[in-house]
Design a protein around this ligand. Sequence first.
Ligand SMILES: Nc1ncnc2c1ncn2[C@@H]1O[C@H](COP(=O)(O)OP(=O)(O)OP(=O)(O)O)[C@@H](O)[C@H]1O
Length: 631
Amino acid sequence: SLYHHSPRPQYFHFCYTGQKLISHISPWVLRSSIDFLCFDSDLSLYFCLLFLSLAAAVGFLTVSSAVSMSAPFFLGRVIDTIYTAGTDTETMTASLTSLCIMLTGVFLCGGAANAARVYLMQVSGQQIVRNLRASVFSSILRQEVAFFDKNRTGELINRLSADTSVVGHSITDNLSDGLRAVAQAAAGVSMMFYISPSLASFVLLIVPPMAGLAIVYGRYLRSISKRTQDALAQATQLAEERISNMRTVRAFGKELSEVNTYTLKTDHVLNLAKKEAIMRAGFFGMTGLSGNIMILSVLYKGGLLMASQHMTVGELSSFLMYTFWVGISIAGLSSFYSELMKGFGAGARLWELLDRKPEFPQNEGRVLSSDQLKGQLEFCDVTFSYPTRKEAPIFQNLSLSVPAGTIMAVVGPSGSGKSTLVSLLLRLYDPNAGIITVDGHDIRDLNPYWLRSHIGTVSQEPVLFSCSIRDNIAYGAVDPDAVNTEDIYRAARVANAYDFIQGFPKGFDTVVGEKGVLLSGEEQSIFNTVWVFFSQNPKILLLDEATSALDAENEFLVQEAMERLMEGRTVVIIAHRLSTIKNADAVAVLDQQRIAECGQPTELLGNRQGLFRKLMEKQAFLQEEQQRALL
Ligand SMILES: Nc1ncnc2c1ncn2[C@@H]1O[C@H](COP(=O)(O)OP(=O)(O)OP(=O)(O)O)[C@@H](O)[C@H]1O
């Protein structure tokens, strides 16, 4: 993440070297801090502010801990003052009043310092979580398309939301509580030894077994927490998929069975949580019991020391309070340890994502001048299989040439690889063998971002975002903020979408719903072409013609917009309509992992034994059958 976000190489180098050095000292906590700190573009200011707020939080933590730890000592003094004053009420009242006033002042300072510590830690934690989220999101979006074939959306969302919170909490609030617990335990033990070394040695015999228990517990919790988070991610993924396909679930009446499947997944989470609860219950029962035994032993041994005049009542009271504090701190330490272990689990998953380098960078490589680009496309001996199905090649030694400025219609049986051809041209995947060239340049040498900005695509199913039509149209522009209303209207007019959009009560401000569900299929199809009119006048067009039948008027609108689009460009169109195929300069027929036939449409139709002729005859036959059935 260091190298991708800001144009200051020397700073990165410094940070990167520092990060490497630090990663040897503490592999996780410090390294993560450096990563977070280096994300923002205004690094120095951000670094300073965060560092200052964390340093101030640690300062306030020291003050509040010092106050808490000095309280038992002074309270012991108060008790001794009362006890030794005997019947001299006047002296006792005077000393008591001044001591109590002083202590009230000290406690007020302690309370204020504690409040400031909590506030600063919370704010710093939220800043870190925000940066971590931005960093993880950016890392996800940088990955190649094949990554999304292997990783499910729900799981990635879970990492982005839940894991980042766990890590943020683990290294701020939790770390601050842990530091506080360590400081208090150390100070408490020192004070116990200061007041009575013999009583302290006696009481502290109970600490080593408790520490051992905390370590074993922490390890177990770490593994169970990772399993719980994985199980939760699976449940979230299922819910996300079903909710986003709610119409299908409803149409098939699968609500009940989906609820059952989800419940099974959450049952698994519950079972793991129960195991965790058993461990927690046992542990907290043990710590409660050991705490009480500790206090009882202080009372017993302290009582004996008092009886032999080796301890005053104030000293015993102070000692008891310190014992209490040490007990609380040790319990706090074990919860700190378990939270830290949870953080490690979540952090490991996040770092895997943050450290992942895309198989090919999205914004590196040669950039040609736009005038140089002619749009000649060439597939040379291309062999390709999807990374998730390596055993089933889609293409083997496929070769195809599309001269600049011509229209190539691609046809073929369903599943023959027509859309895959388009994906390879967009460089969503790289071929396993062979090369694809644009004007003679291997597309692997070209900057993918630049390449895609010169290719206009119209897919069969436009995926719209859940915002207004205006914002959806502007999304296609290079700089959406610079787009004005007139630009949006112009693009909609050229794409023949203006009239139907204005027909909505809210016109261009109509919100289209997630994936455009609030628009009809035909309206979405008409919308298809709008984005292309916004891109930088692409030299190459990749079109996936809608398979669903449009009504006559809409078909005319779409066809007209498409023809306008294709003028003067190199076009590869996955064609379903005979009218499109007839207007193409050449047709490539895909079959059996290669181009089975390629030539002018009329020429191919003339070959009675040819695959193209058979495909067209089959299509015509099916249409006739449909018409006959209707009549
Ligand atoms: N992301 C993917 N991962 C694995 N296999 C895939 C992926 N996308 C497509 N396939 C498989 O690759 C083959 C070719 O798919 P493709 O979508 O390119 O065919 P098509 O000719 O466009 O089909 P249609 O005309 O039905 O849209 C199919 O068998 C499909 O199941």
